[in-house]
Design a protein around this ligand. Structure first.
Ligand code: FES
Length: 107
């Protein structure tokens, strides 16, 4: 589990905590202020509600991370998975058939 790895820093936050939560509370973007990032040794991977992607990418770019080191997941938008329904469309591409999508748009 990532939480117990010594070579990995894991910081989690939730918007609405329950009684058992003892971690951070608030939007994930507020965590970036305390991160010390080495841009050339760091990759970003984003999954979750697509509405937050822009804001998280903005924070990563403020940490001088190149766009080609930032990966986003569009799996939540998939439905048919074979390029027929258009549900996973991102611009002129389909996440399900065009493979990975990065902020550079390179497949
Ligand atoms: S999930 Fe239907 S086109 Fe991609």
């Amino acid at each position: 589990m990532w939480k117990h790895r010594e070579d990995f820093d894991l910081i989690m936050t939730v918007d609405v905590p329950d009684d058992s939560w003892d971690g951070e509370v608030g939007l994930v973007t507020r965590l970036f202020d305390r991160l010390d990032v080495e841009p050339d040794a760091t990759f970003g991977a984003i999954c979750g509600p697509p509405v937050m992607y822009k804001y998280v990418i903005d924070e990563m770019r403020k940490k001088n991370m190149d766009a080609d080191r930032i990966y986003v997941s569009f799996e939540r938008r998939m439905k048919c998975g074979i390029g027929k329904c258009g549900h996973c469309g991102v611009g002129h591409q389909y996440a399900c058939i065009d493979g990975r999508s990065s902020t550079t748009g390179k497949p």
